[in-house]
Ligand binder design. Structure first.
Ligand code: NAP
Length: 282
């Protein structure tokens, strides 16, 4: 079985960004800049935000963390985002979710300018994306497509199944596979007899958010299996995905492990999107 190594692909993409960032610097006198907004003290979010800043700096981009107090009001948060929208020195904006309960995710998704939406998840960005005119594509599904491309897996003509229909992963994943000429079935928690669909698929992308939901018996021989799931609840508290990866050896043609599969690509695609938005604006 071919292991689809997200760390390797991620390193490859990050290396390819370095000359693009250097060219941008030559042209503008500054590096592409990602502004990250975080509200409150959630420890996991703080780690994610620090990792994003460090990843930017490793490839030569710059990043600012705007750490806002937990009890910030909606108008204050909106004003902060609008300031970043208008700031010529900011190329990408990322608001870290989840927000404190009194704040509206919907309002944030309507406020961040699509020209600076590094995640590709605001309503306007998704509108352009689903209309086939993306400014940038949502990070996680785009990262999956980058992995497939890196390993020369051409999905054209394949029967593909996506398990999960969130706006962040499942729906845009189905869209990207459709655009790449796969025939796509989108499954979800109300799908009757999920295995009937997954077992007929050449490619299955699993993003159900249910630890170790699927195993060998759910896939046909020589299927390609991409596991987006991420859970800290595997054996011995180890990170695991939505797929029982150990069952796939000798059965699947190729698969992404967890950790080390789709996960590393999400942050890398955020860097790629920020660079792309910076290039588009100049
Ligand atoms: P989500 O918003 O909870 O969506 C889960 C989707 O899976 C829903 O559409 C749900 O159906 C469907 N589903 C749940 N149980 C199912 C079942 N038993 N059979 C079939 N479909 C089922 O989750 P998400 O944000 O898309 O994330 C999915 C997973 O990917 C999570 O584990 C998350 O941690 C992980 N993730 C990883 C990365 C990364 O960088 N690797 C990035 C984002 C997310 P309904 O719509 O009917 O409820």
């Amino acid at each position: 079985m071919l292991i689809l190594d997200g760390k390797e692909v991620s390193n490859h993409v990050r290396t390819s960004l370095i000359p693009r960032i250097a060219a941008f610097k030559n042209k503008t006198g500054r590096a592409p800049h990602l502004a990250v907004v975080i509200c409150g003290e959630d420890p996991a979010s703080q780690v994610y935000v620090r990792n994003k800043k460090a990843a930017c700096e490793k490839v030569g981009m710059t990043s600012t963390i705007h750490a806002l107090r937990e009890d910030i009001t909606q108008p204050e948060l909106t004003e902060m985002i609008e300031t970043l929208n208008a700031d010529e020195g900011v190329d990408g904006i990322l608001v870290q979710f989840p927000l404190p309960k009194h704040l509206s995710t919907h309002e944030v998704l309507q406020t961040v300018s699509p020209l600076k939406d590094a995640d590709g998840l605001t309503y306007k960005s998704l509108g352009y994306f689903f209309a086939g005119q993306p400014l940038v594509s949502p990070c996680t599904p785009k990262g999956v497509m980058t992995i497939l491309k890196h390993y020369n897996i051409n999905v054209e003509g394949m029967n593909a199944v996506v398990v999960g229909r969130s706006n962040i992963v499942g729906k845009p994943m189905a869209m990207l596979l459709t655009e790449a000429n796969a025939t796509v079935t989108l499954c979800h928690s109300k799908t009757k007899n999920l295995a009937q669909f997954t077992k007929n698929a050449d490619l299955v992308v699993v993003a159900a958010g249910k630890a170790q939901l699927l195993g060998k018996d759910d896939f046909k021989k020589d299927a390609i299996v991409v596991d987006v799931g991420m859970h800290g609840s595997g054996q011995g508290g180890k990170l695991c995905g939505d797929v029982r990866f150990s069952e796939l050896e000798g059965w699947a043609k190729a698969a992404t492990p967890v950790p080390g599969g789709v996960g590393p690509m999400t942050i890398t695609t955020l860097l790629e999107n920020t660079c792309l938005l910076a290039e588009k604006r100049v």
